[in-house]
Design a protein around this ligand. Structure first.
Ligand code: FAD
Length: 360
């Protein structure tokens, strides 16, 4: 059967923080949903990647979820309970948000690839072929976990998992787990897993712990640094990787328990575990890679040119515009990969894309 064809002006791909912010601003500009713009999302329900986060991640252990424009997150959390699971509270918030602002999302609909013919982008999915004059791509990073390559990875008889696969610490009971990574996720998962089993913590560089609370200035500098990179077409670093780790009470307790003894990165993976350059070996049942995510941008391969180092040259007020294809914006990529960044990026993307398309 031939695919259904659907023509619009702007396609928003992804309905997480960045996509919903963009959709809100498109509507505010007087654009009509369904006719002038559409929102597509692969996930089964409202909530962006938050619906897939592990259950022990609560509102007291996330950094902070910023409000989407026009609706308070706090107001949707019952009784201000900070122990509520993020994978329940945030999807509930997004669901109410979509209803409140009439932002109907086509879901589940995975965009497989995008191509350009004459002045239209063709957005292909298994059921429907959409076409649009411009794209706001807000597909986040969750669908693109990153695991660095180490020799011997194929030999390992145990399990190699990524942050994305983590469900509960209990799963690891009785197994020896090598936890890789120096980011917030690595620390949080190491904390939980080390309470139920033995662990070894390895990181590429010595982790940097930050005294005192995370202040706006540190955040600002971190974002500016990532922004600077994407404006040169370099692959972005994660924003957290440049802010340092908070020396929280949990981290202090981990130190006291002796689980924060850090080893340098191993140099190869063996059948039974890992091996360091000096010849030392360690057996393991699981290697848990907390090595981050990259932009889920596979579907844009044909229309978003990459620089020699693999990055994308970005431009525009908040660096959301693909410099070599200004009809495509990427809110949530690089410097805007946070809930507050995604909010602002959604607004900037709408303004600039409408200008580019002569809609303003
Ligand atoms: P997402 O929420 O990932 O939304 C992207 C959407 O695009 C998804 O719904 C997905 O289904 C859809 N999609 C992807 N590919 C396709 C496709 N091909 N076709 C159709 N749809 C597609 N940030 C904070 O500000 N505060 C925090 O406390 C915080 N905690 C975090 C904790 C963890 C464990 C992680 C991994 C990240 C955290 N972040 C946090 C960063 C967070 O991911 C961002 O802040 C923000 O939520 C990302 O929003 P987004 O809209 O860019 O992406």
């Amino acid at each position: 059967t031939p695919k259904i064809r659907y023509k619009t002006k702007i396609a928003v791909i992804g309905a997480g923080q960045a996509g919903l912010s963009a959709a809100y601003h498109l509507k505010r500009q007087g654009l009509e949903i369904g006719r002038d713009f559409i929102i597509l999302d692969e996930a089964p329900r409202a909530g962006g990647a938050w619906q897939f986060r592990w259950s022990s991640l609560t509102l007291s252990t996330v950094n902070r979820i910023h409000d989407l424009p026009g609706m308070s997150f706090e107001a949707t959390i019952d009784t201000g309970d900070k122990e509520v699971q993020a994978n329940i509270a945030v999807p509930r918030y997004y669901e109410r948000y979509e209803k409140e602002f009439g932002l109907q999302v086509y879901r589940p609909l995975k965009v497989d690839y995008v191509s350009l013919h004459e002045d239209r982008f063709y957005i292909d999915s298994s059921q429907t072929l959409f076409s649009a004059l411009g794209i706001i791509n807000a597909t986040g990073t969750w669908e693109h976990p990153y695991i660095p390559e180490y020799p011997g990875a194929g030999l390992f008889r145990g399990e190699q998992l990524h942050t994305k696969d983590f469900k509960t610490a209990d799963y690891f009971k009785g197994k020896h787990v090598i936890v890789v990574g120096a980011g917030i996720s690595a620390i949080q998962l190491l904390d939980q897993i080390s309470k139920v089993t033995t662990t070894t913590w390895v990181t590429r560089r010595p982790p940097v712990f930050r005294e005192g609370p995370f202040d706006d200035m540190a955040g600002h500098n971190a974002v500016a640094m990532v922004e600077e990179r994407v404006r040169q077409g370099l692959p972005p670093l994660s924003v957290v990787s440049v802010t340092g780790l908070p020396l929280s009470p949990e981290v202090m307790a981990m130190k006291a328990r002796g689980v924060l003894e850090r080893f340098p990165m191993f140099s190869e993976i063996t059948e039974e575990g890992v091996k360091w350059e000096d010849g030392r070996e360690e057996k393991a049942d699981v290697i848990l890679w907390n090595t981050g995510f990259k932009g889920a941008l596979e579907h844009l391969k044909q229309v978003v040119p990459r620089e020699p180092g693999g990055g994308i040259l970005m431009a525009g007020r908040l660096a959301t515009m693909v410099a070599k294809e200004p009809r495509i914006h990427l809110p949530g990529y690089g410097p805007s990969a946070s809930t507050i960044g995604a909010n602002r990026a959604g607004a900037a993307a709408v303004k600039e894309l409408m200008e580019t398309l002569g809609m303003k």
